[in-house]
Design a protein around this ligand. Structure first.
Ligand code: BGC
Ligand code: BGC
Length: 859
């Protein structure tokens, strides 16, 4: 058992150096007495149930009768009836059904224990159709105004409460230092003090001010601060990756917001996927228990992240004593909840988990439920703050606040020859397909997880950037034209070019460099053409992070960093135009919350935490009152050669963002986020070592190695002759078939109805059945390396994509371009994986690969 507890780090996390709160946390004796009494009446089954949170995609209200779970969540892609575009009423009905099932469950003579229902309302209640969508945190940081954040928290809480939901998984208080991280937009700032001030303000807004009469009264919602600890400090900004910072930095930079949030009454902390010193945070007893609970005197509960416990060596998503022993009080077990419950119960009975640890966890959960009023609150449908969506969800007051937040978050990076403000009575050309795309401006965690399936009809009551401009200009007697890339018939007085990154969320948003969409040259070419035609160019850049845009900055006369503004696009027109009466209108107030990079590589911080060599430092931002001229900028991105290869999926023991490596066995899969990862049930182990990826299958059950990323349509490149080339050598020859193939994402559907069956979806694409090839014989026949031990010589396997379509695979949404699976034993070393042009006339060799020695494809 000792091996399960990561005590080795106890000294290095320096718990005693964390600042203890000056006053002891307030304790409400009546609450403590109620909780203690209730705890003493509960069975072990009930206690373990409290410690588990399940996702609505995998649990029904009826399930609560046999397992009395503590909490339910709606994950990023989950929604009532599987329809993320359902009505707010359907949300309220579903939440009510869970609430009522918990209340009706047999409580063996003690008060029934209410569930907490949680959702990611991370920029407004943005999963709900019709909600107000506030700018993502990266934009809010530029406002440098905690009171604005508090007001946004209040509005968000009111919207969340309208659907009967008790808890939002917000705020994220990451201090992102490397914006290549795909979650950088969830971070308010790189300045820990600003994040700390905002953390306290957001918690106070969501929950009500601690100690005041309004605290957690109707119209408020429980906050949770996430992700503890160091989510914004991973190497290369890799999501869920390894922190390479000192204990002091972890404490003084990443830890600062937690102290502030707890001080403001935060009662839930979400643990992070990342690791520090090789230990996953979910297994870090020193940080979760010694620091957070003991030193910082946090009396609420720690919730785990989505199946994050399964990344701990020795854990699966259905069994993880290590996380509980380290200090996780509630495990987010979206789909594995039932078996996790069974296994955890057994582990307590077997003494693997001491009952005292269970009692501590449950005390904390019950304390939060009691203090938040859950025991005395009516069922969701009968609550005074639920329903009445017209008045609460996307209300005019909330939308006005969001519009104000947009105005406050915009940062003016350039305004040469005082191009801005424009006079609204003129003729303007609005350029860029995303100008009229609300989903594009809202970013990830909007309606669904990645936020990349949304169209304007999904945002009733919202206003696009284009609509905001059109409204302002027409109202002043001016006129507006539109074009995708700067074409025009009537010469405009100025062009407003709206462009930027598309929506993304967790790990799919990771990047190797900060170069803005290196492949998309059309917006830039359009800007240059307009400029050449002597038309002033105003760039409005939508992004989840500061990106290297020197060529675009040069091509524009004025440049506005607009971040991910959300549903109230008029906030942008508010700043671009003078008021119709010719008066000055609004001025820019936003100042950068992150340093803006001078090259395509992230800005470096010195040991004192000061950013060095930024193009624009934190705090930069022009205004009409304080104009300045920006000289022409160098246009060389200075990308180191190793980061330049965009066709590389893996090389030099580095998985190229946004690709990830997963290892999977019969039940579960887990992402490689540390130097070594084993599939949850142990079938496959991968290690990054000696410049290669070493994958070992132990032959106990089917195991796969998957290279995965956002689903891409590969039909055109396949037809154009693209192939995947894998440089490998065999270090232990296979003793069974080795299926190599591709997999596709479940087809995306807009219609309501049951989600598509992933089994058929992936079979249609090739794996696990159908169009894979068996390379067992090939790997067995590989020649030994000259003079070497058991390994074979390095070889390259070339897999032309067209061959998969020749085998009836559907290449329209490939999310796994390489899958290697065997039920036997095998060890492979993979040196690199790249897309290459297949040699002309090489035909389609994949089918031939099934025969040993298929020379045409093996170099
Ligand atoms: C994310 C959390 C989120 C949770 C529930 C996780 O994957 O890391 O930020 O709250 O899912 O959707
Ligand atoms: C869920 C998210 C979750 C993510 C984690 C998604 O399927 O919808 O809530 O954060 O998986 O990988």
């Amino acid at each position: 058992m000792a091996a399960l507890v990561a005590h080795a780090d106890t000294e290095t996390c320096e718990a005693s150096r964390w600042p203890a709160p000056s006053a002891p946390p307030s304790v409400d004796p009546a609450t403590e007495a109620f909780v203690n009494r209730l705890l003493s009446q509960m069975t072990l089954e009930e206690k373990v149930g409290q410690m588990i949170q399940a996702d609505i995609d995998s649990v029904t209200p009826a399930d609560l009768h046999d397992v009395r779970l503590g909490s339910i969540l709606a994950g990023g892609n989950a929604a009532p009836g599987g329809n993320v575009r359902t009505t707010p009423q359907a949300w309220l009905d579903l939440v009510n059904a869970f609430g009522s099932a918990a209340k009706d469950a047999d409580a063996s003579g003690h008060p029934p224990i209410p569930i907490l229902f949680g959702i990611d309302a991370v920029h407004g209640d943005a999963k709900i159709v019709g909600a107000t969508i506030f700018p993502h945190n990266v934009g809010l940081g530029a406002a440098h105004d905690p009171d604005l954040i508090r007001r946004i928290g209040m509005a968000t809480a009111e919207e969340v409460a309208s659907t009967g939901i008790d808890w939002t998984f917000a705020p994220t208080v990451a201090v992102a230092r490397d914006p290549r991280w795909g979650r950088a937009y969830e971070s308010y700032s790189a300045d820990p003090q600003l994040v700390a001030d905002y953390a306290a303000a957001m918690v106070s807004g969501l929950q009500g001010v601690l100690g005041s009469a309004e605290f957690l009264t109707p119209g408020h919602t429980l906050a949770s601060v996430k992700h503890f600890l160091g989510d914004g400090a991973t190497r290369d900004g890799r999501d869920q990756g390894e922190d390479v910072v000192s204990a002091a930095q972890l404490r003084e930079v990443d830890g600062l917001p937690y102290e502030a949030a707890i001080g403001a009454g935060a009662m839930i902390v979400m643990a992070s996927y990342n690791s520090w010193g090789g230990t996953k945070l979910h297994a870090n007893h020193c940080l979760l228990t010694d620091v957070l609970k003991e030193r910082l005197r946090f009396r609420g509960f720690v919730v785990g992240d989505w199946n994050a416990h399964e990344q701990i060596p020795g854990c699966t998503k259905t069994s993880c004593p290590a996380a509980i022993l380290a200090g996780i009080d509630m495990l987010m077990a979206p789909d594995g909840w039932r078996q996790l419950y069974v296994n955890t119960l057994r582990q307590v009975r077997d003494g693997v988990i001491p009952e005292a640890r269970i009692d501590d966890a449950v005390t904390r959960i019950l304390r939060v439920k009691t203090l938040s009023g859950a025991f005395s609150r009516a069922l969701p449908r009968d609550r005074p703050d639920a329903g009445d969506f017209a008045a609460r969800l996307g209300s005019p007051a909330h939308r006005a606040l969001a519009r104000e937040a947009v105005r406050r978050s915009l940062v003016l990076l350039k305004n040469n020859h005082e191009t801005l403000p424009l006079s609204p009575g003129g003729h303007y050309l609005v350029v860029g397909p995303s100008a009229d795309d609300i989903g594009f401006a809202a970013g990830g965690w909007t309606i669904d997880w990645q936020g990349d399936h949304n169209i304007n009809a999904d945002f009733p009551g919202a206003t696009s950037i284009y609509a905001g401009i059109e409204h302002a200009v027409l109202a002043a007697g001016g006129s507006v034209g539109r074009s995708a890339y700067g074409e025009f018939e009537r010469k405009p007085d100025a062009a407003i070019v709206v462009f930027g990154e598309g929506p993304y969320a967790e790990f799919q948003g990771d990047r190797e460099t900060l170069a803005y969409a290196p492949g998309d040259a059309r917006a830039l070419a359009g800007m240059r053409r307009l400029r050449a035609a002597h038309i002033p160019v105003v760039a409005v850049f939508l992004s989840g992070r500061p990106l290297w845009v020197n060529p675009q900055l040069n091509a524009a006369d004025a440049f506005v960093a607009a971040w991910l503004p959300g549903s109230e696009g008029e906030g942008i027109a508010d700043l671009l135009f003078r008021s119709p009466d010719g008066g000055p209108g609004f001025d820019f107030q936003g100042k950068l919350g992150f340093p803006w990079p001078a090259t395509a590589m992230p800005v470096a911080y010195d040991p004192a935490g000061k950013a060095r060599g930024a193009l624009f430092p934190t705090g930069y931002g022009l205004s009409y009152a304080q104009p300045a001229t920006l000289a022409r900028l160098p246009e060389l991105p200075h990308i180191p050669p190793a980061r330049r290869a965009r066709d590389t999926l893996f090389a030099d023991a580095h998985v190229t963002a946004p690709w990830s490596v997963f290892v999977a066995d019969h039940a579960d899969q887990v992402r490689l986020t540390t130097a070594e990862q084993r599939s949850p049930h142990g079938a496959v182990d991968v290690k990054l070592d000696k410049g290669a990826l070493i994958a070992t299958w132990d032959g106990t059950q089917a195991g796969s190695l998957l290279v995965s990323g956002r689903a891409a349509d590969l039909r055109t490149v396949a037809a154009g002759g693209l192939a995947l080339a894998v440089r490998y050598r065999v270090t232990a020859r296979p003793d069974a078939a080795v299926r190599v193939g591709i997999r596709c994402a479940a087809p995306y559907r807009r219609e309501p109805g049951p989600p598509p069956d992933p089994a058929t979806a992936s079979a249609a694409c090739g794996v696990p059945s159908g169009a894979t090839v068996d390379l067992g014989a090939l790997f067995r026949s590989a020649d030994p390396a000259p003079g070497a031990g058991r390994e074979t010589a390095w070889r390259t396997l070339t897999l032309p994509l067209a061959c998969w379509s020749g085998m009836q695979a559907d290449l329209s949404a490939v999310d796994v371009p390489l899958a290697i699976e065997t039920t036997g034993r095998l060890a492979l070393e993979i040196g690199d994986i790249r897309y290459v042009r297949a040699a002309a006339g090489s035909g389609c060799p994949v089918a031939k690969l099934q025969q040993p020695g298929a020379g045409a494809t093996v170099r």
